[in-house]
Design a protein around this ligand. Structure first.
Ligand code: RFL
Ligand code: PHB
Length: 389
């Protein structure tokens, strides 16, 4: 088989890039390791920046997102027993859209089906070859056969644990990493959200986040130790701990109900440089990870897709390599700013082993400054709604 672009991974990066290419008449094939249902069963991000919303629109997959997504004009920072609102829209003229990554993935998969573009699920041992040459190809295993797809370009959209980054010679890649000494324990439950906006809470017992997927579905997280076991956390224990970390008005208003998803996610900052190796490009989580505190992971994947799509379009339509040559540099400029923001929100809101009472006071002083200084609130808001592409 031959195609222009082989895309490894059918997460949001791969699906979004695939749809933009398909709409532009650029042939592509997606190879995904697991099944479609498995991809759709993963519960992850919930907050979309305007840039990502525009890209999903451009892909032609935005109809349900606009009908069901919840536009949010602000977020709340809770500390010292009180809520403090950051007026995102008032400070930046922009807003974010609360719409689950699962739904984005669903909409993009439906759109791909309707376009007739090929996705191969449960493709084993996917391996990129010869990407330093002008004739790259990808092999994979399916139904006991080893198959080969020749192509012009390979897009490594296969997440942090994928094969694309690992296929690059160690001497050609530099990585930067910070691992945080805690995780997030998250639940999903069909109960109305405790507040109509997201609440990021700093508390001496640890961080908590109240998010949502709809008016009737809540997503709640609490900071937890990395060695916690999910089985030790009944819903009751989870809600009790969440209540203790929220201002009293929210703790009292919290409506509880059985969770239908519960998981622990470790927190990590990670960047691989560069993001292009000949005819192989790394995109999204394959190249970088942020801790979820700034809600930036999925949105960064979208800006990578934007830069790469523009580069590939220029190459295919005008024969110019300027865009693909600039891809890594452009993407990394924005990535490092989002890394900085996600790191700073994580440092500000979590309890670290060495935070102590002094550290807690410093965090509260910084939070107080943030919410009372227009300059500081604007800087936070500008980053939260997303820096321009
Ligand atoms: P994904 O979603 O990991 O998709 C990669 C796909 O590649 C497949 N794959 C392979 N396929 C073929 N061969 C191989 N060898 C393969 N290895 C892997 C995988 O099966 C998968 O289908 O990466 P992508 O597309 O780059 O998307 C990135 C986002 O998923 C990620 O950044 C966000 O979910 C991060 N994130 C958040 N981002 C936000 O922008 N806002 C948020 O509010 C937000 N909240 C979160 C988050 C991530 C979380 N977790 C669990 C890590 C909250 C959480 C709890
Ligand atoms: C979520 O709804 O899953 C979510 C929201 C905001 C974050 C992280 C996760 O910062």
């Amino acid at each position: 088989m031959r195609t222009k672009v082989v895309i490894i991974g059918s997460g949001p990066s791969g699906l979004l890039l695939g749809q933009l290419l398909t709409n532009a008449g650029i042939d592509n094939v997606i190879l995904e390791r697991v099944s479609r249902d498995y991809v759709l069963g993963r519960v992850r991000a919930g907050v979309l920046e305007e840039g990502m919303v525009s890209l999903i629109d451009r892909a032609g997959a935005g109809q349900r997102m606009h009908a069901e997504g919840l536009p949010h004009d602000g977020i709340s920072l809770a500390f010292d027993g009180r809520d403090h609102r950051i007026d995102l829209h008032g400070l930046t003229d922009k807003r974010v859209l609360v719409y689950g990554q699962t739904e984005v993935t669903h909409d993009l998969m439906d759109k791909r089906d309707a376009s007739g573009a090929l996705s191969i699920y449960e493709a084993g041992s996917v391996t990129p070859h010869d990407f330093a040459s002008d004739h790259p190809y990808v092999t994979y295993e399916k139904d006991g056969l080893t198959l080969r797809i020749d192509c012009d370009f390979i897009a490594g959209c296969d997440g942090y644990h994928g094969i694309s980054r690992k296929s690059v010679p160690e001497t050609a890649i530099q990585t930067f990493e910070k691992v945080y000494p805690f995780g997030w324990l998250g639940i999903l439950a069909d109960v109305p959200p405790v507040s109509h906006e997201l609440i990021y809470a700093n508390h001496p017992r640890g961080f908590a986040l109240c998010s949502m997927r709809s008016q009737t579905r809540s997503r709640y997280y609490i900071q937890c130790a990395l060695d916690e076991h999910i089985d030790d956390w009944s819903d009751e224990r989870f809600y009790d701990e969440l209540r203790r970390r929220l201002p009293a008005e929210h703790a009292e208003a919290l409506i509880t109900g059985p969770s239908f998803e519960k998981s622990i996610a470790p927190l990590r900052s990670f960047v691989a440089e560069p993001m292009r190796f000949g005819r192989l490009f790394l995109v999204g989580d394959a190249a970088h990870i942020v801790p979820p505190t700034g809600a930036k992971g999925l949105n960064l994947a979208a800006s990578d897709v934007h830069y790469l799509f523009e580069g590939l379009l220029e190459y295919c339509n005008e024969g110019s390599a300027a865009g693909i040559d600039a891809y890594s540099g452009r993407a990394l400029k924005r990535i490092w700013k989002a890394e900085r923001f996600s790191w700073s929100m994580t440092m500000l809101l979590h309890r670290f082993p060495d935070t102590g009472e002094f550290g807690q006071k410093i965090q509260e002083a910084e939070l107080d400054y943030l919410v009372h200084s227009t300059a500081a609130s604007t800087a936070l808001a500008e980053n939260y709604v997303g820096l321009p592409y």
